[in-house]
Design a protein around this ligand. Sequence first.
Ligand SMILES: CC(C)(COP(=O)(O)OP(=O)(O)OC[C@H]1O[C@@H](n2cnc3c(N)ncnc32)[C@H](O)[C@@H]1OP(=O)(O)O)[C@@H](O)C(=O)NCCC(=O)NCCS
Length: 165
Amino acid sequence: MYRISLQKAEDAATIERLMAKVFGPERHARSVWQLRQGPAIESLCIVAKDGDEIVGSLRFWEVRLGSQDILLLGPLAVLPSLRGKGCGKALVEDGLRRATGGPWPLVLVSGEADYYPRFGFVPARDYDLKWPGFIESERLQFYELMPGALTNLPPGPFVVAPVAE
Ligand SMILES: CC(C)(COP(=O)(O)OP(=O)(O)OC[C@H]1O[C@@H](n2cnc3c(N)ncnc32)[C@H](O)[C@@H]1OP(=O)(O)O)[C@@H](O)C(=O)NCCC(=O)NCCS
């Protein structure tokens, strides 16, 4: 079993090592990382611990979708040696639970097309998103934190941008 808890300041270096191991040294050049400007949402930054060891991490950033602020899920990372044991699932479910009831109507993720639907994510390809850079469109998926948030969206296109811009 994994214990999920909020990230602490002293976890930062371990999480950075996990990110480097999972996403590699070029990670900051990826379009999704360009959206992560400013600090992550502290109340939604969680780790999975096996005993005292950090084995997984999930963070969320706020991003602009057209004229509204929504959440961007990720990076989500689990130690390679511990994959397939439910750790990623526990992190995503916990993170979405913490995000529910907040001010954000939607969560957007750039992730594996066949991983996120199990949590309720749906393809974003019909919403005419203007992503900042190259993206395989099937990676973009939405999760409704507020029921009806997707059906209530005005017509696109929607520029996806950092909130700090
Ligand atoms: C994606 C990742 C977070 C999944 O974590 P994990 O702990 O291995 O996943 P879980 O054990 O919780 O898997 C839950 C379910 O998803 C399935 N699954 C796991 N990885 C998957 C993937 N990449 N694609 C599709 N399904 C996947 C599992 O088989 C499991 O299915 P089941 O419930 O039917 O048994 C992990 O593989 C990882 O860190 N990958 C590299 C980084 C990455 O791609 N992050 C996501 C993009 S931000």
